[in-house]
Design a binder for this molecule. Structure first.
Ligand SMILES: Cc1cc2nc3c(=O)[nH]c(=O)nc-3n(C[C@H](O)[C@H](O)[C@H](O)COP(=O)(O)O)c2cc1C
Length: 433
């Protein structure tokens, strides 16, 4: 049988601390209890997903000098959680976001190789560079590294980690490692024998030219924020074109945007549910906070049901700390004003319309067809799904959408391999001892 569709990869994002999750929903559980992690991981494995994914924040976010506690706050350390999940799952990949700016390669390589051993070859590492000095204050004097230095450090970090992972021969002998670079010096043997995957799968989530080049040179998967068809295709073409310069094939790097979904028995019902979820995600209070984050100013006197502020954003504000800032605030303000004017939208309606819109909305069939279309049109190789209910928000997707993807021949009906690398269709790393 000739396949009608390209193969699709799926991963499950445990939502962590944000307002994508509707924490006020009575079905929402704890973001800390092991039972929550276990539920989502078991569901993802039941759905034959490639991997389970955890984000990371190294400092509680602050807003106007106080801990931002409108949503939930606090979460356990990711690799520890994944080690526990390794014991209650069998095939599911287990990926943790861990900063290359605030860790040391020898120690992190040990922890990742250990997870790879304990899970039988299912470890993944999302290498982030962590953009803000605020987060850095707990880790290094002065907190900061500029973007170029962060990526230079990440490159050297990954190079050193791979040297450590390759330092044991496949037949079990430890050989000495020597590494001297601008950021790290390592000398001596590595403590952990070669793990089942050789190298845990490397994921990258950064968007700058430096970030894209880093991914093209070194990553196996990109977690991207380009979840629309148009932006997804542009990002996909840009990143895949960068691979050849590093002697790599386009299939060596899988692009997986983070996306949300809302299902219904009819498309209209799904759209209604999606609109209701958006209103829950963006309460009047959350709308003002979202605006303050962009504007960098105290806007508490503004009415969420009134018009956008006339005053311009303060570009270098530190009002909101610990969030990844993606775009220029002046440019966002101009876009929001134009939209609000064109459609007659209030502050809250503008925030609902512009931030975190649901990516795939409709009946299970509509959503399945759309996912396949995005993959066929090369806007993605797959998706990291972000449910809006923790931990049960993936259940319906696995029960109702996965069978349709399987029916169309685009998704596995059983795991064929044991390792995350094999689920992703990636080659085993060549041992460079
Ligand atoms: C989709 C996506 C998810 C990210 N998730 C995290 C995260 O969980 N923890 C973190 O510290 N940084 C995260 N980052 C931020 C990256 O680490 C990086 O610091 C930031 O994007 C700046 O890098 P850039 O200049 O290459 O974009 C994420 C970025 C993107 C695009």
């Amino acid at each position: 049988m000739t396949a009608l569709h390209r193969e699709l990869h799926l991963a499950a994002h445990f939502p962590g601390v944000n307002n994508t999750t509707v924490w006020a929903d009575e079905r929402s559980g704890s973001q800390i209890d092991f039972t929550s992690f276990e539920h989502l991981a078991r569901t993802a494995e039941r759905g034959l997903f490639d991997f389970f994914f955890l984000a990371e924040g190294l400092r509680l976010r602050e807003h106007k000098g106080r801990v931002h506690d409108l949503d939930v706050v606090g979460r356990p350390e990711s690799i520890t959680v994944l080690n526990a999940l390794a014991a209650v799952t069998d095939r599911l990949g287990l990926a943790a976001t861990v900063s290359a700016t605030f860790n040391e390669p020898y120690e992190l390589a040990r922890r990742l190789a250990s997870l790879d051993h304990l899970s039988g070859g299912r470890a993944g590492w999302n290498v982030v560079t962590t953009s803000d000095a605020f987060t850095g204050e707990n880790f290094r004097r002065g907190g900061y590294l500029d973007r170029a230095d962060r990526y230079r450090r990440a490159e050297e970090f990954l190079h050193a980690a791979r040297k450590l992972w390759d330092s044991w021969t496949p037949d079990g002998a430890a050989r000495p490692v020597e590494h001297t670079g601008a950021h790290f010096t390592i000398e001596g043997e590595f403590t952990v024998p070669r793990s089942p995957q050789g190298h845990p799968v490397v994921i990258q989530a950064g968007d700058s030219a430096e970030g894209r080049d880093f991914a093209a040179a070194s990553a196996d998967v990109i977690f991207s924020r380009h979840g629309t068809l148009e932006a997804g295709r542009a990002f996909y073409a840009d990143v895949k074109a960068r691979l050849a310069a590093h002697g790599r094939h386009p299939d060596d790097l899988k692009i997986m945007p983070g996306v949300t979904f809302v299902l219904g028995d009819t498309d209209a019902e799904a759209r209604e549910r999606a609109a209701e979820i958006r209103r829950q995600q963006i309460s009047p209070q959350n709308a003002i906070l979202a605006l303050e984050r962009i504007w960098g100013r105290d806007l508490s006197s503004y009415d969420p049901d009134g018009p956008l502020p006339e005053i311009d954003p303060e570009p270098d504000s530190t009002l909101a700390q610990g969030r990844v800032r993606m775009d220029d605030p002046l440019e966002i303000a101009a876009r929001w004003r134009a939209l609000s004017k064109a459609k007659g939208l209030s502050i809250r309606q503008t925030v609902i319309e512009t931030t975190g819109r649901q990516s795939f909305v409709g009946t299970p069939r509509t959503v399945a067809e759309e996912l396949l279309r995005f993959v066929d049109l090369r806007a993605a190789d797959g998706f990291i799904l972000v449910p809006h209910i923790t931990p049960g928000g993936l259940d319906e997707f696995v029960d109702r959408v996965v069978p349709l993807l399987q029916e169309r021949g685009a998704f596995r009906t059983e795991y064929s391999g044991r390792t995350l690398r094999s689920h992703l269709g990636l080659a085993e790393p060549i041992w460079k001892g």
